[in-house]
Design a protein around this ligand. Structure first.
Ligand code: GLU
Length: 504
C-alpha cells in the first residue's frame, strides 16, 4: 500500500499556522513511508472562499517547505484538486445514497428549522434536526424533487447506539449516535457540505491516512457512516492535539499571531517554524529539540506523537529562530535578508512611496525603518489623541480589523474602501479617522501614504499591528473589555455583514 496523506484547507482567510502544523505531520508521515502528500482546496463554501486566500495558502505552505506531490497548481492523477471543480461528482454520489436509502431529501423550510431550534432551546433539548422528512416515502420525495421543490439532502443517521472510532493516537473513541445529527450532504444551492465532499474526495484520491486536528473528532461518526453507506474502506484516522495560547485556550489571533505570512514578514525562518511546529507534538529519538524536517522524516513514528495540549509560545519560537539565524554564515544571512524584504521588488515599492518626501538619500532608511519592523512602539494617549480623544479608537480599530479580515483582495484600493466604509458607518470625518491608523501602523504622526504602505506590509502584518494597538489601548485602560468586544461583534454583524453561507 502506498501511503497517501493530504492537507485540505478551506480558502476562507489568511493561511493559518495551524494548517502548517497539520500539513507538516501529514507530509512527514507520507515521506517517511515513501508515499505522497496531497494538497486539496476545500472551497465548498462559495460565499467565503476567495482566489486570493487560495493563492496565499499555496505561497505560505511552499515558503515553509511543505510542498506537495499533487495539488491544484501541480496537477496529478486524481484531480481536479479544487472541490468547486468536482461538483458533479458530489451530486452523483449523493444520488447514489438517496437511491440506496442512506440519504433522503429534506424539504423543511428555514422558518420551520428556526422554530424547531427555538423550541429545543426553550425545552433545553439537544439542538438538532428532528427527522421530520426522514420518513417521506421515496416515491413521494422523488416526485417533490422532480417538481422543483426546494430541498437539501440529509444523511440518515442512527438514533441510538454507539459509534466506535479507532484513532491512531487515541485508541478507541466512542460517540453516542443520539448526539449526531442527520447531516446535510447537499445544500439548497446544490453544493456539497464539507462532510460529503471530504469523504468522497478522500476515497477517490486514495487517501490512506487522515491526520487532522482534534476539532474534527465529532465529525468522524458522520464520515464513518458515509464510508459504510458507500461500501468503501475508511482511511485510518489520527487526530492531533490543537495548538494553544500560553493561557491554554485554543490558539487565537487575539492572543497570538496566527497568520503564516505574518511570520514571514516578521523575519522568522521557515526551518525554525517547522522545527517549532514539529516540537508541538513530537520529539525524535534522543528527545532532540532542534531537528529539521529531514530528521523528522527519517525517524518519524506515529507512536512518538504526544497529545498533551501543545502551547504555541511566540517567545519560544523567537528564541529558536535566533538559534537558527546564528547558525547561518554571514553570506547566507545576507541572502536571507535579501530574500526577506531587501530584494528589488520590495524596495521599489518603498522607493516609490518615499521619493516625494526625500530631500537626501540619507532620509530613506529612517523614513522607512518602521516598515521593516515587527512591532512599532505605540503610546495609547497618542492613538487616542489621533482619534480626537473620543475614546472610540479601540472600536474603530476593531471594525477595521474585521473589515480587513474579510477584504477579498488586499490592495491599496480595497484597503481605502474598508477604512472609508467604517468611517462613514461610524460617522467620523475620514481624515480624523485615518489619524488613528497612521499612528497604530507606523508608531508615528507622519508616515508614508497609508493605503499603499498597508498594501506593502501585507494583510497579516497589518492585522498584527492593529492587534498590538488594541493591546496597548487595553493596558492603558481605554481598550475593549471582553464584554464590549462581544457587543461590538454583534453590532458589526448587524451593520456591516450581509447574511452569508457558513460551512466547515
Ligand atoms: N476543510 C477542512 C479544514 O479547513 C478539512 C478538515 C479535514 O482535514 O478533514 O480544515
Amino acid at each position: 500500500m502506498t501511503v497517501r496523506t493530504r492537507i485540505a484547507p478551506s480558502p476562507t482567510g489568511a493561511p493559518h499556522i495551524g494548517t502548517a502544523y497539520i500539513a507538516l505531520f501529514n507530509r512527514v508521515f507520507a515521506k517517511h513511508h515513501g508515499g505522497q502528500f496531497i494538497l486539496r482546496i476545500e472551497d465548498t463554501d462559495q460565499v467565503r472562499s476567495t482566489a486570493e486566500s487560495e493563492q496565499a495558502i499555496l505561497t505560505a505552505l511552499r515558503w515553509l517547505g511543505l510542498d506537495w506531490d499533487e495539488g491544484p497548481d501541480v496537477g496529478g492523477a486524481h484531480g481536479p484538486y479544487r472541490q468547486s471543480e468536482r461538483s458533479a461528482l458530489y451530486q452523483d454520489h449523493a444520488m447514489q445514497l438517496v437511491t440506496s436509502g442512506h440519504a433522503y431529501p429534506c424539504f423543511c423550510s428555514a422558518e420551520r428549522l428556526a422554530t424547531l431550534r427555538r423550541q429545543q432551546e426553550e425545552n433545553q433539548e439537544r439542538i438538532g434536526y428532528d427527522g421530520h422528512c426522514a420518513d417521506i416515502a421515496a416515491a413521494e420525495a422523488a416526485r417533490r424533487v422532480a417538481a422543483g421543490e426546494a430541498h437539501v439532502i440529509r444523511l440518515r443517521t442512527p438514533c441510538e447506539g454507539i459509534c466506535s472510532i479507532q484513532d491512531r493516537f487515541r485508541g478507541e473513541i466512542e460517540i453516542g449516535w443520539e448526539t449526531v445529527d442527520d447531516q446535510i450532504l447537499i445544500k439548497g444551492d446544490g453544493f456539497p457540505t464539507y462532510h460529503l465532499a471530504n469523504v468522497v474526495d478522500d476515497h477517490l484520491m486514495e487517501i490512506t491516512h487522515v491526520i487532522r486536528g482534534e476539532e474534527w473528532i465529532p465529525s468522524a461518526p458522520k464520515h464513518l457512516l458515509l464510508y459504510e453507506a458507500f461500501g468503501w474502506e475508511a482511511p485510518e484516522l489520527a487526530h492531533l492535539p490543537l495548538l494553544r495560547n500560553p493561557d491554554k485556550s485554543k490558539l487565537s489571533k487575539r492572543k497570538n499571531p496566527t497568520g503564516i505570512l505574518y511570520y514571514r514578514q516578521a523575519g522568522f525562518l521557515p526551518e525554525a517554524i517547522c522545527n517549532y511546529l514539529g516540537q508541538m507534538a513530537y520529539r525524535p529519538e534522543g528527545d532532540l529539540e532542534i531537528f529539521d524536517m529531514e530528521t523528522m522524516v527519517a525517524g518519524f513514528d506515529l507512536g512518538r506523537v504526544s497529545l498533551g495540549g501543545p502551547v504555541f509560545d511566540i517567545e519560544k519560537l523567537r528564541a529558536l529562530n535566533g538559534h537558527y539565524i546564528r547558525q547561518l554564515s554571514a553570506g547566507d544571512l545576507l541572502g536571507r535578508l535579501r530574500h526577506w524584504l531587501l530584494h528589488d521588488e520590495s524596495l521599489l515599492g518603498l522607493v516609490g512611496m518615499a521619493q516625494p518626501r526625500l530631500e537626501q538619500l540619507a532620509d530613506f532608511v529612517p523614513m522607512t525603518a518602521y516598515m521593516f519592523a515587527d512591532q512599532v512602539s505605540l503610546d495609547a494617549a497618542a492613538i487616542d489623541q489621533a482619534g480626537t480623544a473620543s475614546g472610540k479608537a479601540a472600536e474603530w480599530i476593531q471594525f477595521v480589523q474585521w473589515e480587513f479580515e474579510r477584504l477579498a483582495s488586499w490592495d491599496a484600493e480595497g484597503i481605502r474602501g474598508c477604512l472609508q466604509r467604517v468611517a462613514t458607518c461610524e460617522e467620523v470625518k475620514f481624515k480624523k479617522f485615518l489619524g488613528v491608523f497612521f499612528r497604530v501602523c507606523s508608531g508615528r504622526a507622519a508616515a508614508l501614504p497609508l493605503f499603499e504602505s498597508l498594501a506593502w506590509l501585507g494583510r497579516d502584518m497589518t492585522l498584527r499591528r492593529l492587534q498590538y494597538g488594541q493591546d496597548v489601548l487595553r493596558e492603558a485602560g481605554v481598550g475593549l473589555s471582553k464584554k464590549a468586544l462581544k457587543r461590538l461583534e454583534k453590532s458589526y454583524r448587524e451593520r456591516y455583514v450581509e447574511e452569508g453561507g457558513k460551512d466547515g
